[in-house]
Design a protein around this ligand. Structure first.
Ligand SMILES: Cc1cc2nc3c(=O)[nH]c(=O)nc-3n(C[C@H](O)[C@H](O)[C@H](O)COP(=O)(O)O)c2cc1C
Length: 217
């Protein structure tokens, strides 16, 4: 699987691909950090600034939550899930044995990065390039996903473990209210990070030949 020995012209390419290969989903995390909060902040800021977006529309919005502020987002999720249990939409047993321990594990981490898309900011460009109008929303989400991936890679390169969660729309209203965010920021994903307390699960790979072709080599 991509095992032919090759030599990169730039050692940074090799390092980049090592970081890509090392990134995994870590669920066991603790509330410690191997780096300063300023370094975490820089990683997130750089992803906001330098990840590309279609037509340079810059639609991603990101909120970095650390320590006590991080815990709040998982308290919001726990209380929203408790509401679903009380309303009879989620079985109590499932919540207590499965959902609650999972949410408690996220809460036990060091921080959460909230990734939003501001779709409303696309109104003028949709009007200007009407022919692409239906493409801008998916492009904005793709650009957001690029930011998610970059932050995930960089945090793990710095010694964190992380996992990517999707509790929208369940938590949206409370998130907007708690941090007084603009109503146009639509939550997409939550990246939970902390120092790993357990190894990632086993991962299998579809054979590369089923997923990749090259022509003209
Ligand atoms: C777009 C996307 C959405 C994902 N959503 C979730 C999620 O909601 N909850 C979760 O626990 N993991 C989620 N994951 C993590 C994947 O399950 C995980 O990346 C995949 O199984 C491969 O494992 P690895 O991350 O260890 O390489 C998501 C990953 C991607 C790329």
């Amino acid at each position: 699987m991509g095992s032919t020995a090759v030599e990169f012209k730039n050692p940074a390419t090799s390092t980049l691909l090592e970081v890509v290969k090392a990134r995994r989903t870590y669920y066991g995390l603790k509330a410690e950090s191997p780096i300063s909060d300023d370094v975490i902040e820089r990683i997130v800021q750089d992803s906001v600034l330098h990840v590309p977006s279609s037509f340079n529309t810059q639609t991603s919005r990101i909120v970095l939550l650390l320590k006590e502020e991080h815990k709040k987002v998982w308290d919001i999720a726990i209380s929203a899930m408790e509401g679903l249990v009380a309303a009879g939409h989620v079985p109590k047993e499932m919540f207590e044995n499965h959902t609650k321990p999972k949410l408690d594990a996220f809460r036990a981490a060091y921080g959460t990065v909230l990734f939003f898309v501001d779709y409303e900011s696309l109104a003028p460009i949709k009007e200007k390039f009407a022919i692409y109008a239906d493409k801008f929303d998916p492009f904005a989400l793709e650009s957001n996903a690029m930011s998610q991936y970059l932050v995930w890679l960089a945090l793990e390169a710095e010694g964190f473990g992380a996992n990517l969660q999707h509790y929208s729309p369940l938590i949206d209203e409370q998130v907007t209210k708690t941090w007084n965010l603009p109503a146009s920021w639509k939550l997409d994903a939550q990246l939970v990070f902390g120092v790993p307390t357990s190894e990632p699960g086993e991962k299998t790979f579809e054979p590369l030949e089923n997923r990749f072709k090259v022509f003209g080599k």
